[in-house]
Design a protein. Structure first.
Length: 349
């Protein structure tokens, strides 16, 4: 594993690694940048093909969190943690208590939250051993599951995208194909359905797709067929790298705007979308609602303020699209440039 080569590639930063033999914990905390404040980002708990794959996932995600916080105007840097899910039997509570002690050793340099494979119950276990955790139960001063806020922000971003690309001021009758209807995807479908959108969904879990059909009237298609749906908006809401050399040529949508992190398999896929005339809503800009929500916990949770801040994602997306048009540049490059401008101001201060 070329550890320092990876750090250089993603412009790092620091990485903390923990092995706890008693519980089987193998965890990585990637802290990309703290110019704006302590690093804040979720904890992912999934299986990986290799330790190197887990490291790269953490590095990419944490870098995205730096840019996400910068664009959202939050006083936080970018961090992310991954726990490599054991293949054998394990004690989940003991594992997350060990992870919580790991986080506590960092003394607030990194604040964790939930992500793929983790939930409210895990955050409560972590909370028992450290205060550097968000997304805990409201009875303990937290905000609970951040998924509804992520979905709210994505819906606002889709509204901005539709207004810019299609000249439509509402989502009524707009056809959205949603890839993945888990935590965030489900809540996004609810937001879109309430706004009058037409839905087509696909998920690896047939029961989740069926729930979207039952509650929102969504058409269900096989998992791989979601890329071929003739629609206005394609919304990736599963794991990353959905937009790649194989899937982009299949897209019939005029807009890509979804909740998943790291949607582009490689950066040049953003150029591919731009060349095809597909408006891409950069993932870390549009899906910042969950981060906005948990960041509010750090200073004392206020749901109204979190909602008000999340609604401004519409304005952020509009600014990115306008700059993209003016510069004739892909939106992902413009979003990076905008985030880097804000980070440069923080360095100057």
């Amino acid at each position: 594993m070329d550890l320092f080569g990876h750090l250089d590639t993603y412009d790092y930063g620091e990485v903390h690694i923990k092995l706890d033999k008693a519980t089987g914990l193998r965890a990585i905390v990637a802290i990309h940048d703290t110019r704006l404040g302590p690093a804040l980002g979720g904890c992912r708990f999934i299986q990986y093909q290799s330790d190197e794959a887990a490291l790269v996932d953490a590095l990419r995600l944490a870098r995205g969190m730096t840019y996400k916080a910068a664009l959202a105007g939050l006083p936080h840097g970018g961090g992310k943690s991954v726990i490599i899910r054991p293949a054998q039997h394990f004690d989940r509570v003991a594992l997350f208590r060990a992870f919580g002690r790991f986080i506590d050793d960092l003394r607030g340099h990194y604040i964790t939250a939930e992500d793929s494979g983790t939930g409210l119950e895990d955050m409560e276990v972590i909370r028992a051993v450290t205060k550097w955790v968000t997304g805990v139960d409201p009875s303990h001063g937290g905000s609970g599951d951040p998924s509804p806020f992520t979905a709210l922000g994505v819906r606002r971003g889709i509204e901005a995208s539709v207004e810019h690309k299609l000249g439509r001021t509402t989502l009524s009758g707009v056809h959205v194909a949603v890839q993945g209807v888990g935590h965030v995807g489900y809540h996004l479908c609810r937001e879109l359905h309430a706004s009058g959108a037409k839905l087509t969904v696909a998920d690896v879990d047939a029961l989740k797709a069926e729930r979207a059909h039952r509650e929102f009237g969504a058409k269900v298609v096989p998992l791989d067929a979601i890329f071929d749906v003739d629609c206005e908006v394609f919304a990736p809401c599963a794991l990353g790298s959905a937009l790649n050399d194989a899937t982009i040529p299949r897209l019939k949508a005029r807009i890509v705007a979804g909740a998943a992190n790291n949607q582009l398999a490689v950066p040049r896929n953003g150029d591919d979308l731009h060349a095809r005339g597909i408006l891409y809503a950069p993932d870390y800009a549009i899906n910042a609602g969950g981060l906005v929500n948990v960041a509010q916990e750090v200073i004392g949770y206020d749901e109204a303020k979190a909602r008000e801040h999340t609604m401004k994602i519409h304005d952020t997306m509009t600014e990115i699209f306008r700059r993209s048009d003016a510069l004739k540049a892909p939106t992902y490059k413009v979003a990076d440039m905008l985030a880097e401008e804000r980070l440069a101001k923080a360095r100057a201060r």
